[in-house]
Design a protein. Structure first.
Lengths: 867, 125
C-alpha cells in the first residue's frame, strides 16, 4: 500500500464532519475514491480543481447528512414524547416559567445596571461625583463643584440641577423636567446637536434653551428652523437654540425634556443638595487617581475657608445614577428578585434533569437494544442531547413569548416611572432567553446522556434486555436535597418580604395617613411677587377649613413622603459622634417648619410640654418641638424639655424645646424611629417657606380630596398649577416594590415548593415501587404497618433533613443580606426561616402520604406464593 | 446477493419519479454491470464526456439514498480480479424498473418538446 499524500490525509480528516454512522458506512469508500481520483489526475491545475470540488462536496454533503440525522433524531424524540406527553409538558412548563422569568429580569437589569446612559459618547470616561460617608447622596454643594475646576485628572467638569418648570398657562399648563446646566456640560457628554447648536459655559447668563429630540418632534413639530422659537418656562422666555441627539434624555433618573443655563449659586458649603456634579476623565487617568486628586482639591477648598476636613468627602462613580451608590432602593428589590429568579432556574434545572433521568430509566431497555444492534454510544449520547436541547429550545420559544409579554408589565412594576434607560429590544430579550435555554439544555441533558453512555453492553447481553437498575440513586436524591434547600431559601426570602410588607402596613405610623392630603402649587408661570405663593397657600388652607369634611388645614415645609429637609443645630457640650465627619458638635436631624394648624393635620401627639401656638412668631422667643426619638438620642437622661438648640451656628440664639411629641414616620416606612423636630414657620432660620397645604379630613382623604381640589382650582384659576395628592398616594411608591416583592417572591416560593414537592414525591414513590416486594416480605414476616411506614419516613428524612439543614444556612445568609434593605426588621416577632421550614416540612409530609399508604398496602399473598 | 424481504410489498416504481440526475446517472452506470464507486464515477464522466462529474461525497450520498430505497444493493462477493477493499453495487429489480420508468418519462418529455416545435439545430447535436 502506497503512502498517503498530504491531500489524502487532509481529506480523511475532513470526513470527521459526517455523522459517525455515515462515516463508518462510507468513510473509507469516499477516501478511496478521492485517492483514486487524486492519483489519476497528474497536473497541478487539475489536482487543485479536484481538491476544491472534493472539499466543497464534503462540506455540503456532511451538513446535509448531519441535518438528516438530526431530523431523524427529532422525529424519534417527537414520537417518544407524543406517547407519554405529561413529562415533556411538565418540563416545557418548568423551562418556560423559570427561563421566562429570568430573561425578563435579565433584560431589565442589563439595561438599568450595565448599559451606559443612551446618547452619551465614550461613557466609560464620564463620571459622577458622589458623597462619601454620611453624605452618600449624588448631590454636592456649589463650592464642592468649583473646587474641582482645577483638577488635572478631569478634561471637563460640569454641574446641573433638576427642576420641574411650569410650561404654558391655564388648562394647557404642565411641568417639564428641566436640567439647569453649568460648565461645558454638552461637550463633556460628547453630544452633537441634531439641529442648531448647544450653549456653552460663556452663555450661562442668557435665556437660551436646548430641547430633546423627542420634545422637538412632539411639541415643536420637528421644525428645522429654530430662529424665533421660544419656550416660556416659569417666569422666563427662553430662545430654543438646539436639539439634542435622538435617544438622549438627560443624565438623571427621569427623562429630561429641556436644558437651560444654570447661573452660579451662592457659596454655601452646607447646602449639599445644591447641584449634581459630573466630570470627564482625562485620557488614561484612572478613576482612583482622579478620586484622590478631586478630594485633595476639595480639601484645599475647605482649608481656604478655614474649615479642617479630616476625611475624603467625595467619591467618583458611575455617571448613570442607577449604577452608582445612590441608586433608588426599589432597584435593589429588582436585583434581589433576579437572584431569586436564578435560584428558581436552578430548581427548574434540577427538576428537568430529574424528569430526564426518570425517562432514562424507562428507556434503558430501549437503549440496551440499540447498543446490542450496533448503535454507537455517540449516537445514544446525541439522542439524549437532541432531546434535552429540543425541549430547551421549545421551552425557550415559550419563554421568549412569555418574557416579551411580561416585559412591559414587569418594567412598570419594577422600575420607577419615566426612568431614563434604553428601551427594550425584542431581539435582546430573545437573545438572552436563547443563551439561558442553551446552557439549560446542555446541563439538563448531561446527566441522562452520561447514564446512556455508561450502559454496559456485556452486562446487557448477559442479563437480557429487561433488566432495570437504579440509575445513580445518590444523584437523584442529591437533586431533591438541592431542591428542598433552594426552596427553603426562596420561601424564606418570600416570607421576609411578606413580613416587611406586613410591618410597613401594620405598624403605628404616628399620623392619620389615610385622612391626610397635600395641595401644592406651582406658581412659576404666574410671575408671583414675593410672598404671593405663601398667601395663595394660606388661601388654600382657609378654603379647606371652610369645608365640612375637613378637620384641619395648615402649612408645612416638608411634605410627608415627598420632600424632607434637615436643619443643622448645635448643642453646647454634646458632640455628636454619630456624624463625626461633620465635626464641631453638629447635629443634622430631619426638620419641618410648620404653622400651628398643621400640627393637627399631622396628628402630632403631645407627650410633654406644649405644642406650637399662634404666638410663636418672629420676634417672640424661638421655640421647637422635638419627637421622642430626638429627645432620647440627644438627651437620654430625659432632660430635653426646656433645653436650647442653636440652629445653623454654634453662636446662634437659643431655640428652646417647648414640647415633646410622639414619633411619626413621615419620610419612609422603615421600622426605625427617626429623630425629627418641628419649628414654627413664622420663625424662619434661612427664609424657610411653606411648600404645601396639609389637609386632614374626617373621612378617607381619597374620597374628600377631589371636591377640595376642584374648589381650589376654581379659586386660583389661571394663576397656578394645582397639584393635589393624598399622603397615601405619596407613600405608595415606597410600598410598591415591597408589595411587588412580596407577591413575586411568594409566587416564586410556592412554585419552587410545588416543584420540590413533585421531586420528593417522585423519588419516594419510585423507592416504594422498587422496594414493594421487600415491604411485602417484611409484612409476611410480621412487620407492622407502622414499621413499614417508618421505613418510608426514614427515606424521606434522608432527603428532607439535609435539604433543610443546607437551606437553613442559605436562608440565614439571605435574611442577613436582606436586612440591609429593611433596617430594624430583625427585632421583630417571627423568623422567616423558621416559618418557611414549617411550610417545607408540611409539604414533605404531604409528599410522603401516598408512598406510605402504598407501602403498607402491598400484595402479600402473591409474593408469599412466589417466594 | 441481498434481496429485499419478499414479505414486503414492492413499491410502485412511479413513486420514485422524477429521479435526481445523479441518481439516474448511477442507475444507468449499474445497468450494464456491477461496479464499485470509483468505477461508477469514471463511467459517468466517460459517458457524458466529462460534463457530469460526481464528487466523492455527492456520489456516496446518492448511493446511500439508492441503497436505502432499495434501488441498488451491495454485493456480498467481489469479482475475482478486483481490490477486496472496494464495495460493489448492483441494480435491483426495483431499481431497473424505476430506471425504465424514468427513461419513459424522459422520452415522453422529449416527444412533447418536439411536438411543441422545439428542434435541435444540426450543429447543436
Amino acid at each position: 500500500v502506497s503512502k498517503q499524500t498530504l491531500a489524502e490525509r487532509g481529506f480523511g480528516k475532513l470526513l470527521a464532519l459526517y455523522p459517525e454512522e455515515y462515516r463508518d458506512e462510507f468513510g473509507r469508500e469516499i477516501a478511496l475514491v478521492f485517492r483514486d481520483r487524486w492519483r489519476s489526475n497528474r497536473g497541478s491545475f487539475a489536482r487543485l480543481g479536484l481538491l476544491a470540488e472534493a472539499f466543497q462536496g464534503v462540506l455540503w454533503e456532511a451538513t446535509r447528512e448531519q441535518a438528516a440525522t438530526l431530523w431523524r433524531d427529532l422525529k424519534l424524540v417527537a414520537r417518544g414524547n407524543m406517547r407519554a406527553p405529561l413529562a415533556p409538558l411538565a418540563m416545557l412548563l418548568t423551562i418556560a416559567l423559570a427561563v421566562g422569568a429570568n430573561a425578563t429580569l435579565a433584560s431589565i437589569l442589563e439595561r438599568v445596571f450595565l448599559r451606559p446612559l443612551p446618547g452619551v459618547l465614550q461613557p466609560e470616561e464620564a463620571v459622577r461625583v458622589y458623597g462619601r460617608g454620611y453624605w452618600r447622596a449624588e448631590t454636592r454643594s456649589w463650592p464642592d463643584y468649583t473646587d474641582l475646576q482645577p483638577v488635572k485628572a478631569f478634561s471637563a467638569v460640569a454641574a446641573y440641577r433638576v427642576e420641574e418648570l411650569a410650561w404654558r398657562q391655564g388648562q394647557q399648563a404642565r411641568k417639564l423636567e428641566t436640567h439647569r446646566v453649568a460648565g461645558p456640560w454638552f461637550a463633556l457628554l460628547g453630544l452633537r446637536p441634531q439641529v442648531g447648536r448647544f450653549f456653552g459655559a460663556e452663555e450661562l447668563d442668557e435665556d437660551v434653551a436646548v430641547v430633546t429630540e423627542q420634545f422637538w418632534r412632539r411639541e415643536l413639530g420637528a421644525t428645522p428652523q429654530l430662529d424665533g422659537v421660544q419656550l416660556e418656562l416659569g417666569d422666563r422666555k427662553y430662545a430654543v437654540v438646539g436639539v439634542t441627539p435622538a435617544q438622549f434624555q438627560g443624565i438623571h433618573l427621569g427623562t429630561a425634556q429641556v436644558f437651560v443655563p444654570l447661573q452660579p449659586m451662592n457659596r454655601d458649603r452646607g447646602n449639599y443638595g445644591a447641584v449634581h456634579v459630573v466630570a470627564r476623565l482625562r485620557n488614561g487617568v484612572s478613576m482612583a487617581a482622579a478620586d484622590r486628586e478631586a478630594n485633595a482639591a476639595n480639601r484645599n477648598g475647605y482649608v481656604a475657608e478655614g474649615i479642617v476636613q479630616r476625611e475624603d468627602t467625595m467619591r467618583l462613580g458611575a455617571l448613570a445614577l442607577t449604577q452608582g451608590p445612590a441608586a433608588p432602593k426599589e432597584l435593589m428589590v429588582a436585583q434581589w428578585l433576579s437572584i431569586f429568579a436564578a435560584i428558581l432556574l436552578l430548581i427548574g434545572l434540577a427538576n428537568v434533569a430529574q424528569l430526564l433521568m426518570t425517562r432514562a430509566m424507562e428507556r434503558e431497555a430501549q437503549n440496551r437494544l440499540q447498543l446490542a444492534l450496533g448503535a454507537s454510544r455517540a449516537r445514544l449520547l446525541r439522542q439524549w442531547w437532541t432531546e434535552a436541547i429540543t425541549l430547551a429550545l421549545l421551552g425557550g420559544l415559550l419563554a421568549s413569548a412569555l418574557s416579551l409579554a411580561l416585559l412591559p408589565a414587569a418594567e412598570r412594576l419594577l422600575l420607577p416611572p419615566g426612568l431614563n434607560v434604553a428601551a427594550a429590544q425584542p431581539q435582546g430579550v430573545i437573545g438572552i432567553t436563547l443563551a439561558i435555554v442553551l446552557v439549560f439544555g446542555l446541563l439538563s441533558g448531561l446527566i441522562p446522556a452520561v447514564q446512556a453512555a455508561q450502559l454496559n453492553l456485556a452486562r446487557t447481553l448477559q442479563s437480557g434486555m429487561r433488566m432495570r437498575r437504579r440509575i445513580w440513586p445518590g444523584l437523584r436524591s442529591g437533586l431533591v436535597v438541592m431542591q428542598v434547600a433552594l426552596t427553603l431559601v426562596l420561601m424564606s426570602g418570600a416570607a421576609f418580604f411578606v413580613r416587611g410588607l406586613w410591618q410597613f402596613t401594620s405598624q403605628e405610623r404616628g399620623m392619620p395617613m389615610e385622612q391626610m392630603a397635600v395641595i401644592r402649587l406651582d406658581t412659576s408661570a404666574a410671575r408671583p411677587s414675593a410672598g404671593d405663593e405663601q398667601r395663595w397657600l394660606l388661601r388654600v388652607a382657609e378654603r379647606a377649613r371652610q369645608l365640612p369634611g375637613v378637620v384641619s388645614a395648615g402649612l408645612v415645609q416638608s411634605v410627608p413622603f415627598a420632600s424632607s429637609w434637615r436643619t443643622r443645630f448645635y448643642i453646647p457640650g454634646r458632640d455628636s459622634e454619630k456624624w463625626g465627619n461633620e465635626g464641631g458638635g453638629r447635629f443634622n436631624f430631619l426638620s419641618n417648619f410648620i404653622d400651628a394648624p398643621a400640627q393637627q393635620s399631622l396628628g402630632l401627639q403631645l407627650r410633654q410640654g406644649r405644642l406650637l401656638s399662634e404666638r410663636d412668631v418672629a420676634g417672640a422667643p424661638p421655640v421647637a418641638l422635638v419627637n421622642e426619638a430626638f429627645a432620647q438620642a440627644v438627651f437620654p437622661d430625659g432632660s430635653a424639655l426646656g433645653r436650647c438648640l442653636h440652629l445653623m451656628k454654634p453662636a446662634a440664639p437659643c431655640t428652646q424645646i417647648v414640647g415633646i411629641v410622639a414619633n411619626a414616620r413621615m419620610e419612609n416606612f422603615y421600622p426605625i424611629e427617626e429623630e425629627q423636630y418641628y419649628l414654627p414657620l413664622a420663625q424662619p432660620v434661612r427664609e424657610e417657606v411653606a411648600s404645601a397645604a396639609l389637609v386632614r379630613f374626617r373621612g378617607a382623604a381619597d374620597r374628600e380630596l377631589p371636591a377640595l381640589s376642584r374648589q381650589v382650582g376654581k379659586d386660583l384659576s389661571g394663576l397656578v398649577l394645582v397639584q393635589s395628592n393624598t399622603v397615601a398616594e405619596l407613600a405608595e411608591p415606597q410600598l410598591r416594590p415591597w408589595r411587588l416583592a412580596a407577591a413575586t417572591f411568594t409566587s416564586a416560593g410556592l412554585l419552587a415548593l410545588l416543584i420540590a414537592f413533585v421531586g420528593l414525591f417522585g423519588v419516594l414513590a419510585n423507592q416504594v415501587l422498587q422496594r414493594n416486594r421487600e415491604f411485602s416480605i417484611r409484612r409476611i414476616l410480621g412487620a407492622a404497618n407502622a414499621n413499614i411506614g417508618w421505613l418510608v419516613a426514614r427515606s424521606l428524612a434522608w432527603l428532607v433533613v439535609p435539604g433543610i439543614a443546607i437551606g437553613l444556612g442559605g436562608a440565614w445568609a439571605t435574611e442577613k443580606a436582606l436586612n440591609s434593605l429593611l433596617p430594624g426588621s430583625a427585632e421583630t416577632v417571627w423568623s422567616p426561616a423558621l416559618v418557611s421550614t414549617g411550610v417545607v416540612l408540611a409539604a414533605a409530609a404531604l409528599a410522603a402520604w401516598w408512598p406510605v399508604i402504598k407501602a403498607t398496602q402491598g400484595e402479600t399473598r402473591l409474593v408469599a406464593a412466589e417466594e | 446477493m441481498p434481496q429485499r424481504k419478499d414479505s414486503l410489498p414492492q413499491p410502485d416504481p412511479l413513486s420514485f419519479l422524477p429521479l435526481h440526475k445523479d441518481s439516474f446517472e448511477i442507475l444507468v452506470s449499474l445497468a450494464g454491470q456491477d461496479r464499485h464507486g470509483y468505477s461508477v464515477m469514471q463511467d459517468v464522466a466517460e459517458r457524458t464526456a466529462g460534463q457530469v462529474r460526481l464528487s466523492p461525497s455527492s456520489l456516496y450520498s446518492s448511493i446511500r439514498r439508492l441503497l436505502e430505497s432499495g434501488l441498488i444493493a451491495e454485493l456480498e462477493e467481489r469479482p475475482d480480479e478486483d481490490d477486496e477493499r472496494r464495495r460493489y453495487y448492483r441494480l435491483t429489480e426495483l431499481g431497473r424498473a424505476v430506471a425504465l420508468e424514468e427513461m419513459k418519462r424522459m422520452e415522453r418529455l422529449l416527444a412533447d418538446a418536439r411536438v411543441a416545435g422545439l428542434q435541435l439545430k444540426r450543429r447543436q447535436v
